[in-house]
Design a protein around this ligand. Structure first.
Ligand code: ADP
Ligand code: MG
Length: 730
């Protein structure tokens, strides 16, 4: 019996775990976080207030206050069993990074005590010279600093064997450049705040003090049994299957979506939720997705920077908890060919400090006008910077989704739904230019408000869809850090808001306030309406139409990333102090390099698997077939056995077919090797372009032949877990 069959037989259904914990969620929600309530209890009122002011954008707490907070944090953490602390950050590659230090210090009498100071809390210097900086740091000045981000609460990370006080930080170079994904997000929220406040003031709101973006990322993922995972080097090394014949049953029955969840998976989901709740991550919904063994977690939305931290943490928790259940959580965007991939729908909106949502249409016409201005700013922003949105989600994994006939295409477009489309059409036609309240009501704008979710129709194929009182950016990949996507959305929307506000101000004298608003919005809609598309984004029709409209459609990651370093992008990000030119170039370089390394790993993994786990088995089968042919001929000639007409030829045909597949696999592997060698001489840009245009198609080609062999090889010869097993044995 093959190893994989042994695994298949050993997987037994598990029982639903008896929930011993009858505590209600509110009893332990956030219990492992040093949140406001915890801090308030342990520091003086003055220090607490100073901290709050700092959090809201005021001055940094004093050194003495930082010491007080650090001491409180340490007391709180050690009481809960933590022995060390770490500055946790989000480098430009990979998931997250941390460097652990213990709390101990020596006293003057050389005895060990537990101590944690404000200096250590606020700033760290991980020996992090191996993190990519994209040329920002030369090795000579390889220092990188982590700095406490007070907007995200510290928490206790529980791992077997110990607990660690974990402090969310940003990661910067000696010269202050962002070396992480978090700082640009924080900066973009500031830009958004500034622009949105100007917009609110223009509409007579003098009281809101703060506007920030909100975000709720819906996290899709696959689970597979850990024993299968271990037998698939491609999953271990590349996160996705590089070969694998399709299962006769895939997702065509659509019997999985929202279906009842298997007990083993439910146990996993309960555990993930519990871990998430302890860290204050508001995970709410969990359900089956479209593809077999694919699922989703969705949180309640939060301020973007917190949502981004929480999403990183959630992915980490999911991976760790899966192992406890003998499962592996696959976050890759496309683990299985021919089966839906995984994305991360990024729900995005803006709210002010009073909690009102700026993308909520509101009840009165004045508010509607404000809403329509925000809406127009988003439309204008997405149209003007579609290339940046595409760049923000560009990665080797996501390349399998975007532009590959699957949700959503590489073309960025906006879906508004019937109601909003009608209203935007009216604005464009300038019918509101009369500017009187009455005119607005006449045109039905006042009927806008409710937008109960059910009346905004659904378009699952859209890249950027209005869904109720928020937009949903659906092109984000399941494994990606959402920070970059949020930073881009925040920045481009801030820019368009300022543009509209300035134009309205310039027009007021001539046209009156409402007249000016409508005139400016009308012009902006006329400019950017090419981005609006209500139809099916997967259709050939849209690809053609988008080309006619001149919308970018970039399938290649390397090509898409170029948008980060255009003069347009550099001017935009520098204007809003989100990225400097140096920081943009660094990111461009690092992300190209990441792409290059990943495809190189995939190509080599494919070659090795084919050479060691496909061809040897195929040779063996070929020998068996040859022996069979020889035997049949001998039997016919020497023992007078008569086979039915064509039987011998048929066996010869089977043999020839296997020999042919072997021949093509080997030929293509040799070409793959040659291509990998050839591109070594090229610079990074050319190399990544060639990986996309030559190496990846070559890998696909090999896969086609390997999958054909898998489909005819005797079951016991095939050691790699098959699609039907990985996807349906739970
Ligand atoms: P839908 O049915 O449109 O997918 P849900 O209510 O299920 O909407 O929400 C999907 C995600 O959108 C959730 O994570 C939710 O918290 C988030 N969300 C809802 N409102 C907002 C908002 N104002 N800003 C950001 N995210 C939001
Ligand atoms: Mg959704």
């Amino acid at each position: 019996m093959s190893k994989r069959s042994a695994v298949t037989l050993s997987i037994k259904p598990v029982e639903l775990k008896k929930v011993a914990n009858t505590k209600s969620i509110s009893d332990y929600f956030g219990i492992n976080t040093f949140n406001e309530a915890a801090m308030k209890k342990l520091v003086s009122e003055r220090t607490f207030n100073a901290f709050k002011l700092w959090q809201e954008g005021g001055a940094v707490v004093s050194a003495a206050q930082a010491d007080e907070i650090a001491h409180a944090m340490k007391e709180w953490a050690t009481e809960r069993g933590a022995t060390s602390y770490t500055h946790w950050f989000q480098p430009m590659t990979g998931l997250t990074a941390e460097k652990h230090d213990s709390f101990i210090s020596f006293t003057s009498s050389s005895t060990v005590i537990e101590k944690f100071t404000g200096t250590k809390l606020i700033q760290g210097e991980p020996d992090a010279s191996s993190f990519p900086s994209g040329g920002i740091r030369s090795t000579a000045e390889a220092r990188g600093y982590t700095a406490w981000d007070p907007s995200s609460p510290a928490y206790i990370a529980e791992v077997a064997g110990g607990k660690t006080l974990t402090i969310p930080t940003i990661f910067i170079s000696y010269t202050g450049e962002a070396l992480d994904k978090k700082l640009p997000l924080l900066r973009s929220d500031q830009a958004l705040n500034k622009a949105a406040l100007e917009l609110l003031r223009l509409f007579g709101n003098e009281t809101s003090k703060n506007v920030y973006s909100t975000c709720g990322p819906e996290q899709e993922y696959f689970l597979i049994d850990e024993s299968y995972y271990r037998l698939r080097p491609d999953l271990v090394l590349a996160g996705r299957t590089l070969i694998g014949a399709p299962s006769p049953k895939g997702q065509q029955m659509e019997d999985q979506y929202f279906g009842s969840i298997k007990d083993r998976v439910l146990n996993f989901m309960f555990d993930v939720s519990e871990e998430a709740f302890k860290l204050g991550i508001p995970v709410t919904t969990r359900h089956n997705e479209v593809a077999p063994h694919q699922y989703e977690f969705a949180p309640i939305f939060e301020k973007s920077n917190l949502a981004a931290d929480h999403n990183q943490l959630l992915m980490d928790i999911m991976k760790k908890v899966a192992f406890r259940h003998g499962l592996v959580c696959l976050l890759h965007e496309k683990p299985f060919a021919g089966i839906n991939g995984s994305g991360k729908h990024l729900n995005w909106s803006l709210a002010d400090d009073k909690g009102s949502n700026l993308l909520n249409p509101g009840d009165s016409p004045e508010e509607n006008l404000q809403f329509l201005t925000v809406l127009t700013a988003v439309i204008h922003a997405v149209y003007t910077h579609a290339d940046l949105l595409r760049a923000a989600v560009a990665s080797a994994g996501n390349e399998h989704r975007l532009g590959a006939n699957e949700a959503p295409p590489a073309i960025v477009s906006i879906f508004l739904g019937e109601q909003l489309t009608r209203i935007v059409g009216q604005i464009e036609a300038g019918k509101l230019t009369k500017g009187k309240k009455q005119a607005i009501i006449d045109l039905g704008v006042s009927q806008l408000p409710k937008f109960p979710k059910d009346t905004t129709d659904r378009n699952r194929t859209s890249t950027f869809a209005f869904t109720g009182a928020k937009f949903e950016f659906r092109a984000v990949g399941s494994a990606q850090n959402i920070s970059t996507g949020i930073a881009v959305i925040n920045t481009i929307v801030a820019d368009s808001m300022l543009l509209l506000v300035d134009k309205i101000k310039a027009e007021v004298k001539k046209s009156g306030f409402e007249g000016a608003v409508l005139k400016v919005l009308s012009a902006a809609i006329k400019d950017s309406k090419n981005i609006l598309w209500e139809g099916n984004n997967y259709s050939e029709e849209w690809v053609k139409e988008a080309a006619k409209r001149g919308l970018p459609n970039v399938a290649s990651t390397a090509e898409a990333l170029k948008a980060l370093v255009t003069p347009k992008a550099i001017a935009l990000f520098e204007k809003h102090s989100v990225f400097s030119k140096v920081e943009l170039k660094a990111r461009y370089h690092i992300w190209l390099e990441t792409y290059e390394r990943l495809i190189d790993i995939e190509a080599k993994a494919l070659r090795d698997i084919v050479n060691t786990q496909v061809l040897p088995q195929a040779y063996e089968f070929q020998s068996e077939l040859s022996a069979g042919v020889v035997e049949m001929k001998e039997l016919a000639e020497e023992a007078g056995v008569t086979f039915v007409d064509g039987a011998v030829e048929d066996r010869v045909e089977a043999l020839e077919k296997v020999a042919e597949e072997i021949f093509y696999i080997r030929k293509n592997i040799k070409q793959l090797d040659a291509a990998l060698v050839k591109i070594q001489a090229e610079g990074l840009e050319k190399k990544t372009a060639l990986l996309f245009s030559e190496v990846k198609p070559q890998m696909e080609h090999i896969r086609k032949h390997v999958d054909a062999i898998e489909a005819v090889l005797p079951d016991e010869f095939w050691a790699l877990p098959k699609y039907w097993e990985m996807l349906f044995i739970k």
